[in-house]
Ligand binder design. Structure first.
Ligand code: ADP
Length: 678
């Protein structure tokens, strides 16, 4: 801060005293010069007057001395008188005239050649002429000229004297003023300037002379006040500077801590992301738990970790996954058979259903698992694995350096524990689902077997019933009354419906029980379509529906189960006629890419979007009186779908409610192997 003030060296300062002296001397000099000039003027006029007076006196003397001699024409006396007048150095010319005659004339040696007119005209001389009277009569004239030369000299001397005196006075005044201003103004000001300069350079304790009682003293007082306020300002400034430094230090520390925490969080998030990905991507519990244990150990900066699964039957913790420990250690853990409530960390964590830790094993000499300390571990942390308050295991991390596990680490391990719970739970669920689906599959198979057997068993007696009913109706056992005939006809009708149902159930059960095998052989789809169409022709014409068949004449021979394909076609055609009241029913076959594409279209009821999706499932019929009324089992399409799929084909429907439907199915031209349905 010293450099922030600029100061002018004392040598360059224009002294106040000098300036003041100059000004003072200037003014005084001017005044003195004016005085001197006035004095000179006065003096010169005074000398002039004196000169004139002297000349007048000489003339007066002439009045007295010259009348008689002139009257008497005593020239010698006149000459003597003139001689006497010339004793005055100033008189340079004298001339006495009687009548027109100059009777006496005298000129100073210096002006020998000059005549009276010269003295009259030159300003250097005073020239006077006077008449001499004797008893009232003019007896002559006298002309006197006096030189101003002597006066001039006198004047010069006087002027020189005045000038010398003036200079002396000026010098005296200058010196006095210089001394006074120096002593009372300049020096105290310089001192103040020095003090101010020192203050400016940071010396706030410098001496300030306040002894003077004048304005400079006041200035010194103000400077002192200013110094005090600067001092105070400085102390406040340094105080706030310290505060700012303190603040910035704490800020830096905070930023550092936050940065570290952030880095840690990022690392933890990455690890958790990794773990979550493993948890969701694999059902292999070992892999998931190993991943969790590894991350838990790494992020908690510990050396080893174990994930236990709690065996509810045996009520012991079984170590499932270990990280960072030897085989012998794992063996020892297995043998220890840890239980809830043991004095171990995991036993305590399980008992309290909360994390438990041992900051230093050295302080717990009676810790149950002595081999833990022997393996070099000092600090232990355990977190129970809980799912809806049910204990399913525990996660333990071990560190070789002693010290308490801080809250963030405990939280972190708890997060990993939660992931482990999820993984174990998922694995258990998966095991359960697998088990259940196995059971379900077996039950399904049993059901299908049962249905197949039962249908088979039902079919034989039903066929017999139908056969005998037909024989009775044909009057083989004699004539029957009309009433009984009607009953028997209804019996036959219902029996046939039941047989159809039983046949369908049998087919489906066989398929589901895996008992239905296709008998693959060569067949002509064209002929097959014709045969099936012919068999339903009567039904169509009964309802006045046109049945149109469009099959290419040169259709390739296919390979498949002809009978089952006929069953599919029969079902589709049967449905088309059944659910159509007017219009036509069409069957079309095309072949491309070694695939037959068969379509059965009608102009009947049509199907809603929702119904289109479910009619291929078992026992699904479209709700509504019209379809229910038309009978059927709701199994036909389900069976058709299975048969088509067993051939490696696909079946679907396109329909608009109220306008008709088109059922499509594909079949590979040549089916070599039976495919799995569903
Ligand atoms: P169902 O023996 O009842 O005919 P399906 O499995 O063959 O059994 O058909 C299931 C249901 O699909 C039928 O009950 C009917 O509601 C509907 N359905 C099948 N074919 C057609 C069609 N061509 N037009 C309208 N509805 C149909």
């Amino acid at each position: 801060m010293n450099n922030t003030y600029s100061s002018t060296p004392a040598s360059k300062i224009r002294s106040v005293s000098r300036r003041f002296s100059y000004a003072f001397i200037g003014v005084v000099t001017l005044i003195l010069i004016l005085f001197a000039t006035a004095a000179i003027i006065i003096d010169s006029s005074r000398i002039n007057a004196e000169l004139e007076k002297r000349l007048d006196n000489a003339l007066k003397l002439s009045y007295i001395s010259l009348p008689a001699p002139l009257w008497n024409l005593d020239n010698d006396v006149v000459d003597d008188f003139i001689e006497a007048l010339f004793l005055d150095e100033s008189i340079v010319f004298a001339e006495v005239v009687w009548g027109n005659q100059v009777i006496s004339k005298r000129v100073r040696q210096k002006f020998q050649q000059k005549d009276a007119s010269y003295f009259r005209q030159s300003s250097q001389f005073i020239d006077k002429i006077s008449n001499i009277l004797y008893e009232g009569n003019k007896v002559g004239t006298i002309r006197l000229a006096m030189s101003r030369e002597s006066v001039k000299k006198e004047l010069i001397v006087t002027i020189l004297g005045i000038i010398a005196l003036t200079i002396l006075i000026i010098i005296a005044i200058a010196l006095t003023s210089l001394i006074i201003t120096k002593k009372y103004i300049s020096r105290p000001l310089l001192k103040l300037q020095e003090s101010a300069s020192l203050i400016a350079h940071g010396d706030l304790n410098t001496f300030i002379d306040k002894s003077s009682s004048d304005e400079i003293g006041l200035l010194a007082q103000h400077l002192d006040d200013m110094r005090e306020s600067i001092k105070q300002l400085f102390s406040e400034l340094s105080e706030s500077k310290e505060k700012i430094e303190d603040y910035s230090r704490t800020l830096e520390q905070k930023v550092e801590v936050r940065t570290q925490a952030l880095a840690r969080s990022v690392e933890e998030l990455k690890a958790l992301g990794d773990v979550s990905q493993v948890v969701s991507s694999t059902l292999d519990l070992e892999t998931v738990l190993a991943n969790i244990a590894r991350h838990a150990v790494q992020l908690s900066k510990t050396d080893a970790g174990t994930i236990y699964e709690f065996d509810e039957d045996a009520q012991v913790f079984v170590p499932r996954i270990n990280h960072g420990v030897s085989e012998a250690f794992i063996e020892a853990l297995h043998e220890s058979g840890l239980r809830i409530g043991d004095k171990t960390v995991i036993g305590q964590a399980a008992l309290n259903r909360a994390p438990d830790q041992v900051p230093d094993l050295v302080n717990v000499p009676d810790y149950p698992l002595s081999y833990v300390h022997q393996a070099g571990f000092r600090a232990l942390l355990a977190v129970p694995l809980l799912r809806k308050d049910r204990l399913i295991g525990g996660l333990v991390v071990r560190r070789k350096t002693a010290g308490e596990f801080p809250a963030p680490v405990v939280d972190l391990i708890q997060t990993f524990a939660a992931q482990s719970v999820l993984a174990i739970h998922n694995a258990r669920l998966f095991r359960e689902v697998e088990e259940k689906s196995r059971q379900l599959e077996a039950a399904d198979k049993h059901k299908s077997e049962f249905l197949a057997n039962m249908s088979h068993e039902l079919r034989t007696p039903l066929n017999a019933i139908l056969g005998y009913t037909e024989l009775i109706l044909d009057n083989i056992y004699g004539d029957i009354p009309e009433k009984i005939q009607e009953v028997l006809e209804r019996l036959e009708q219902n029996g046939r419906h039941l047989l159809g149902l039983i046949n369908d159930v049998l087919d489906l059960s066989k398929i589901e029980a895996g008992q239905l095998t296709l008998s693959l052989s060569e067949y002509s789809l064209g002929e097959l379509v014709q045969t099936v169409s012919a068999s339903v022709e009567a039904l169509a014409s009964e309802k006045n529906l046109e049945l149109r068949v469009n099959v290419p004449a040169d259709l390739t021979i296919g390979k498949g189960d002809e009978q089952r394909i006929a069953q599919v076609l029969l079902n589709l055609l049967g449905n088309a006629i059944k659910f159509t009241e007017e219009g036509d029913v069409r069957v079309e076959v095309v072949v491309s890419n070694q695939t037959f594409l068969v379509s059965v279209s009608d102009t009947g009821l049509g199907l809603s979007e929702a119904d289109q999706k479910r009619i291929f499932e078992e026992f699904q019929q479209v709700d509504g009186s019209s379809t229910r009324i038309k009978g059927g089992t709701g199994l036909g399409l389900a069976i058709a779908k299975r048969i088509v799929e067993m051939h490696g084909g696909r079946i679907w429907v396109e329909s608009t409610l109220g306008k008709g439907s088109t059922f499509w199915f594909t079949l590979p031209v040549s089916v070599e192997h039976q495919k799995e349905s569903r």
